[in-house]
Design a binder for this molecule. Sequence first.
Ligand SMILES: [Zn+2]
Length: 397
Amino acid sequence: MAQEEIRRHNAGTLLRHVHLGGALSRTALAERMRLNRSTIMTLTTELATAGLVREELPADTGRAGRPSLVVRPDSGQVYVLAFDVAVDRLVAARVALGGTMLDRREAVRPRAGADLDRVVEVLARFGRQLHRTAPPSSVCVGVGASYCGMIRPGDGMVRFGPDMGWVDQAFGAELGRRLGLGLPVSVGNEAHLGALAEQLRGAGAGLQNLIYLHGDVGVGGGIIVGGKLLDGDGGYGCELGHMVVNPYNGRPCGCGSHGCLEAEAGERALLDAAGRPAEVWGRDAVRAVVDDADRGDPAAQEALRQVGDWLGIGVANLINLFNPGMVVFGGMLRDMYPGAAAQVRARITANVLPVARERVRLRTSALGDDATLVGAAELGFSDLLADPLGVLTRTRG
Ligand SMILES: [Zn+2]
């Protein structure tokens, strides 16, 4: 690697450490990055001059001698815009370096009849408001968006958005054009981004192998192996909701197949099993079934058991395949999982190879409904974290 490239890489790595880890002493950074303290000092000075980090004396350590300066992200200088096109809502947020959500806007999204133009119009309006109300001295360094569908990497084209019926819609390009910030919009699949967010800042922080299952109308997934998201040859991997768990008399799935995980363990499956009529749907309806079960309603309890068994079969297959350290349940599954946990665990005991289930932990999403938005923000920061000073020079103009 050329000298310049090494310096760029080290600056990005240092910034990533404090962006994700908060305040860290120079000594801790030197240990984590396996660099000597004078190199760390040069890097932090450069990043501090650029307004990306601040250095300060730590609170009294109680120890004798000169304390190591603490480096923390400067949350006032740069930010990203993050967007979330979820099944039931549209969200935009301004997120500081370090991950603090500074400001946000949110709108309810009707499930039917949302065309590209309408969705982008709402998001771009929110984005421009957030940009206008940011302090004049701060700079937008990236834009990330989460979308509930299959996304082509690189240009943010929605190849397939099942719930809105979108096929090949230039979502990323159109949002970028209407924001008018001169920045590209990086778009990712919501479950992929939820997985990254839970691994970076949520339930699985620090884990290298994690599976995230995201429920809404359907079930999406993200699989992280060795710290990297498995996205497949075209970027469309981890469609865990279409893993067939019930091939013989399975319920029909929106994809045209039968017995997919999302057909057996998704929102509609739960509501049908609980005897709710077809016109009842959505997150509140799922919560109502969970609440009824908590109050001892036998029909609601049986519905959760039935759906939990199918979910457990899917999870057991995934654990055998990937040996994750953790499985995280997000979106609607976060509400549903506690009532179905006994069935999921029973399936793991019955179907997972003993050595693969020794260490796996099952958790609900720690970031809640914002997991996908947090993932979008991290996508927005990725260019800055790859080359902090270069990106800053370009965006400050
Ligand atoms: Zn399917």
